[in-house]
Design a protein. Structure first.
Length: 744
């Protein structure tokens, strides 16, 4: 195999090795067949009489490439054998029917005959299980669709004492159709109860002259359409649900050609680790958008409403927003490409409609829409590059007033940047945006900077390195080890420092990957104090994105998509991996999401923690005392009106989450709802209802020009500022910055 001459690229918070030009025609290595039947001598396929969907011509090539990538290029180089096949089959069943609402035990038994054959089918390039599983799922969806329609056609009896289990892991597959019918009856009764409750909450809110109902979902129900009798409300709820389920089953009946193979391959990859994944062409496009923060299209957010795809929102500054005719609430009836006939999109999956509407900048798409008042209009829109502003960094100056010094604040939702799409100019990137904000903060000589990485799931590794370099002169940032044992060091080689003042990095359990690299590097250099609600996510593996069309030299109409492949594990400057353990904050605050099961350690087949030799690095001098910072923060938290109540609320929420059984008789259901609501309301810190604790002045807001013209965007920005001003965790980070300065 000859390595690619193309330069390295960094993707998904991770280093992408030179895999793009690898050949995939070499025979499997000896370890591929160890412990598994060879393809030529495997036993005859089970005679189960299960139907099959048509075989996609790309299936064999995908299987061939997957064999080489997984067995030769994955970090673990795990053999593709019977053991792996049995583990993958468990995941495959979850893909086909995770909720256990479609298949019967007899179907699971029939499919289980393939549980140790997935490796053989992959090796042979003949994914029989994928095609049979897809056909079986389709036939079962059609049968269940009729069952659901029948159940919703008659009133439910809410006086029967009954409970249903909501956690599918605690359920067995139903033994027969009658059991399945009763399971669906319980699910539908619960859904009807919830819809009735929404209507009644809205009526109560009206009668008590509240401006908002307790349940925000009820706001979507028009008061004039709510029946006056309990029987009428029950009937309305059933009819609405019937439409919802009918539409969902109709949309799910459309199966993309590569969907069966995709389910099969991702069951295989899940047995390697949680982050190795096959992305079919449509999924690959969405992945590119999430990394770059841009998409070529019309700038409209779409959703589903009954049989239609509905325009939920227009992106300010986007093509549709500038054209001016398309509006939120419009129902899309058909889509026409430039110079071609319109295609009816009624009951079509929203992802497919989105793909039809996207297209090259400068091209024209025509949408036929049904307006809320019933009029039908055709709207032609010239596509443009749409920037998704929510994906970009945003800066502000925070000021508590009194005698404190204002501080800078950078909210970074991800490490975004150009991913090298052909014939497209470089787009915005996280490093340049953060550098610009830090330069303004340095010029203003503020009292420090908060880098908010809460909820930041990662992105491009190169930007984690480069943003780290904005705070230090030079030095290693992260090291990565591959399956061959070789260690690669990614270092900051730029001696310039954009910001030299005190820094607090704010993290939570959802900060992952590239976020952990940045936080870990600044912690190892003692360049910043890490403040957070506990250990971060703990994702310390490196994925390379392999473009399969480059390997197979396929045309766009026969696109194979990409493989996201775990190829390395990365380590901090101090030699410790962030895998499983994450970054432990220097100053720990109460965690409002402690009841949520999250973290790499919780994921099946996640790669264990390990370490390598530390790298030489110079800890930067500072005058703050960490023990004093921790003690001062602990004292403030004890008396804080929000933070002091978080743990008690999280404990109650955890107890409620662990109770996965729900009654479906109305009296018991209402009593339990009332009890839970009262308990949670009593413990809820209600931090968003607290008075603003500091002022927020946005700096260099990328949407400022558009905001001056768009009322909705101004409203969203104002809401963001208002939420931030009440954020108790940011407030405490400001206090920590003040203590860091006071100790100098």
């Amino acid at each position: 195999m000859r390595p690619s001459s193309r330069p390295r690229r960094h993707l998904a918070g991770l280093v992408v090795p030179a895999l793009l030009a690898m050949g995939c025609t070499s025979p499997p290595s000896p370890q591929d067949t160890k412990g598994s039947r060879a393809a030529s001598s495997r036993a005859a396929a089970p005679n189960d009489n299960l139907p099959q969907v048509a075989r996609d011509p790309r299936e064999a090539r995908l299987a061939e490439i997957a064999m080489v990538l997984l067995s030769e290029k994955h970090l673990l180089r795990r053999p593709i054998d019977d053991k792996l096949s049995k583990e993958a089959f468990v995941r495959y069943l979850e893909e086909v029917d995770g909720p256990k609402l479609f298949l019967l035990q007899q179907h699971v038994t029939a499919l289980s005959a393939y549980s140790d054959r997935m490796d053989d089918e992959l090796r042979a390039g003949d994914l029989v299980l994928a095609r049979k599983g897809s056909a079986l799922a389709a036939s079962r969806r059609a049968l269940v669709a009729k069952m659901v329609a029948e159940l919703l056609a008659s009133p439910f009896d809410f006086n029967v004492a009954q409970e249903i289990e909501l956690d599918p892991k605690k359920l067995a597959f139903c033994r027969n159709e009658e059991e399945l019918r009763e399971r669906w009856r319980g699910v539908l009764k619960l859904q009807v109860l919830e819809r009735i409750q929404q209507m009644e909450q809205l009526l109560e809110a009206k009668d008590s002259k509240k401006t908002k109902p307790d349940d925000a979902a009820a706001a979507a129900i028009a008061l004039k359409d709510i029946p006056t009798t309990p029987e009428g409300r029950e009937e309305k709820a059933r009819k609405e649900l019937a439409t919802v389920h009918e539409t969902r089953f109709t949309r799910d009946a459309t199966v993309e050609p590569l969907e069966p193979a995709s389910q099969f391959l991702n069951a295989i990859t899940s047995a390697y680790d949680p982050h190795t994944q096959y992305l079919a062409p449509a999924d690959k496009e969405n992945f590119d958008i999430s990394i770059s923060g841009t998409v070529e299209g019309i700038g409209a957010l779409l959703g589903e409403k009954d049989h239609y795809v509905v325009v939920q929102e227009l992106v300010p500054g986007g093509a549709a927003w500038q054209e001016g005719q398309l509006e939120a609430g419009d129902l899309i009836v058909s889509v026409a490409q430039q110079g071609k006939a319109a295609v009816d999109v009624t009951d079509m999956p929203v992802d497919k409609v989105v793909k039809m509407i996207r297209g090259p900048k400068g091209s024209v798409v025509t949408l036929t829409v049904k307006k809320p008042e019933g009029e039908i209009e055709s709207i032609s829109i010239k596509r443009d590059l749409v920037k998704i502003e929510a994906a970009y960094a945003r800066g502000a100056v925070l000021d508590t007033g009194a005698k404190s010094t204002p501080v800078g604040y950078v909210y970074l939702p991800g490490f975004y940047g150009d991913i090298g799409r052909p014939n497209q100019a470089a787009e915005r990137n996280a490093t340049d945006d953060v550098r610009a904000l830090l330069a303004q903060f340095a010029k203003r000589k503020l009292g420090g900077v908060i880098i908010d990485l809460r909820g930041n799931g990662g992105g491009l590794l190169s930007h984690a390195r480069d943003i780290s370099g904005l705070f230090i002169e030079k030095g290693p940032i992260v090291q990565a080890r591959g399956s061959d044992g070789m260690v690669e060091v990614l270092a900051d080689e730029d001696p310039s420092v954009t910001y030299s003042g005190n820094v607090v990095v704010l993290v939570d359990r959802f900060s992952a990957s590239a976020s952990e690299i940045l936080a870990g590097a600044l912690q190892d250099y003692e360049r910043a104090v890490i403040v957070g609600t506990g250990p971060t996510h703990g994702k310390g593996t490196v994925q390379g994105v392999v473009e399969l069309d480059r390997i197979a030299q396929t045309q766009e109409q026969n696109s194979l998509g990409v493989f996201k492949l775990t190829v390395q594990q990365y380590f901090r400057v101090n030699g410790a991996s962030t895998q499983w353990k994450g970054i432990v904050p220097d100053v720990v605050l109460p965690d409002p999401a402690s009841f949520v099961e999250s973290g790499e350690r919780e994921l099946p087949h996640s790669i264990p923690w390990t370490k390598v030799a530390p790298l030489d690095h110079v800890r930067l001098p500072h005058q703050w005392n960490l023990s004093a910072l921790v003690a001062a923060s602990r004292d403030r938290v004890k008396t804080h009106p929000t933070l002091s109540r978080v743990d008690a609320f999280a404990k109650l929420a955890r107890q409620r989450r662990e109770d996965t059984r729900e009654p479906t008789d109305r009296a018991t259901w209402l009593a339990e709802r009332k009890r839970d609501k009262e308990a949670l309301d009593a413990a809820d810190p209600k931090h968003k209802e607290q008075k603003p604790r500091f002022t927020v002045n946005i700096v260099a807001d990328p949407a400022a020009t558009v905001a001056s013209q768009d009322k909705k965007l101004r409203t969203r920005i104002d809401a963001w500022k208002d939420d931030l001003a009440r954020d108790a965790w940011v407030e405490e980070a400001m206090h920590v910055l003040g203590d860091m300065t006071a100790k100098r």
